[in-house]
Design a protein around this ligand. Sequence first.
Ligand SMILES: Nc1ncnc2c1ncn2[C@@H]1O[C@H](COP(=O)(O)OP(=O)(O)OP(=O)(O)O)[C@@H](O)[C@H]1O
Ligand SMILES: [Mg+2]
Length: 324
Amino acid sequence: MGAIETHGLTKRFGELVAVDNLNLDVAEGEIFGLLGPNGAGKTTTISMLATLLGLDSGRASVAGYDVIDKPAKVREQIGIVFQDPSSDDILTGHENLYLHGLMYGVPRAIIPQRVEEALELVQLKGREDDLVRTYSGGMRRRLELARGLLHHPRILFLDEPTLGLDPQTRQRIWAHIESIVAERKVTIILTTHYMEEADRLCDRLAIIDFGRIVALDSPQTLKDTVGGDTVQLEVVNVEAAATALENLECVSRCETRDGRLDVAVQDVAQNLPAVFTAAGEIASFSVRNTTLDDVFLHYTGHDIRDESAEGVAKHMHRVRSVNR
Ligand SMILES: Nc1ncnc2c1ncn2[C@@H]1O[C@H](COP(=O)(O)OP(=O)(O)OP(=O)(O)O)[C@@H](O)[C@H]1O
Ligand SMILES: [Mg+2]
């Protein structure tokens, strides 16, 4: 039994289909990512799974419990870190955690120990008696992570865990998330629109665009489907090099750009010598690793940061035409 299963999960807001026929099967102990641009439907999906929002059609189960038939059972099994800050900033970090323990029915006698444990995990020891109001954004995010874990949930939802944080803080939160998974058997569903975050943390991820899954696999497999890393070459004889390169089995694409060759090569570490041999005399070269940005572009035809009103307007037009 998977930790999370959905079949045809759908949510509409008026004529907008925010989550469109979503099929997911997340295994226990997996870090599963929902990657997509603003408005893709990530938070809406998590809200339905966490029983905070009803669904229009399809079904979903979390830890084996149906979200509609057994919402109380589902809630017992999950922890959630919301996209928007939700800790109480007129309380201290310690008070926030203690209160959460009480609300989630952690036996009173063991709450202090749980609070200590959680504070240590996210390295907030020493600051626990300060008001949350005086915390930095990163500290606050770490506190929310600690709170989401305090009652030892089997499944943890993290909605944009590092949104708006600086690179160092982001790295630290990633390390915390990894240590949580290493220390306890927690299943994590996280949403993000940071490619690097998805790449580093997720065992598998679903790329979501306009409420639909456009691709789902491990980050490496997704990158491999785009055809491997790109070797850029400046060569003396462009035409001869292009012909020879196209004949190599490891080359999935070879394009000429401004007199330079962009060559997509599978398993570049292994195949670079063959590429060099085929290219003839080389003036310069560089290797650019495929990123999830390339994958996103490949599957959706647009950049993840293309959040233009025009793009949304086009989508709405399509929705209206289909609904008619
Ligand atoms: N309560 C609501 N009423 C109407 N529309 C909504 C509501 N909640 C979400 N939507 C719409 O549903 C779509 C998906 O929103 P959602 O918040 O799930 O996106 P997201 O992927 O989490 O985006 P972000 O990266 O900005 O957090 C958006 O077009 C949004 O405007
Ligand atoms: Mg969101």
